[in-house]
Ligand binder design. Sequence first.
Ligand code: PEP
Ligand code: MG
Length: 318
Amino acid sequence: EREAALAGGLEPGALADGTPIPLLANLGSAEGAQKAVEAGAEGVGLFRTEFLFLDARMAPTVEQQREQYVKLLQAFPGKKVVVRVLDAGADKPLEFLNDAHEDNPALGLRGLRALRANEDILREQLTALAEADAQTEADLWVMAPMVATVEETRYFVRLATEFGLKTVGVMVEVPSAALLADRILAEAAFASIGTNDLTQYTMAADRLLGSVAGFQDPWHPAVLRLVGEVGAAGAAHGKPVGICGEAAADPLLAVVLVGLGATTLSMSPAALADVRLSLTRYTLDQARALAEAALAADGAAEAREAVRTTAAGFAHPP
Ligand code: PEP
Ligand code: MG
């Protein structure tokens, strides 16, 4: 019966010992909200607002944005919805925000850096979000992409708070932010780890470049150590640490990430059922043992193998 419920995506995410691990959806438009609810999403862990802006020659108006945010928030009454302010640049260039002539756009004026250089656009987005929040019943969290420093964290938290937004956090997807997670989480209400960019920057391998795709592997112990830094900082501050990169959608890696201190997992709705089932197979102690096995490995392939071997040694619930 439980298996049937799980297959239907109805049970909230939890480990075998009952530790809740809320399972959230990554969404790119309000239109995807209903499907996410049907797949059992307990909220939204990453709403990529770029879709509103892609192809636009100019930023959408406050009214246009508010309408979309209201639609999204209305689909999740009483639930957590984490909206990321515009993440423009590199793989997601915007005509009105990014300079097409940067030699290394992934290392350029992107994410929060680009918004800060065009603060009117950021202010409009925060205005639209605050207005949508006031009209709806969802629990709105707001976060900034590509944060690299404590100072940027302070800047964003202060600005978003000015607009009346209450739960303000940052993405950790740059190694400097992971290494400073204890300082960053002293300022921010939560952190959400973007494993796609965190892997790209840790391994110095362009996430869009096929010839270095082998390096873009979030199982790499170098990446996992950084995740562990953030998890430990979250535990020390009593603040949530989510994962919103692709890594959370890998059922076994998801357990490792929990063992490293992740308190929520966010992924494309299609991945929710498999991850939900995988979590039920391990206790928190076992997840931590899997994380230790991964951290002790030399590389990504070895980490995967070590975790599989360690997991096979556990007595699984039927
Ligand atoms: C990430 O970098 O892991 C992430 C979730 O953000 P995006 O994939 O949109 O860059
Ligand atoms: Mg990213």
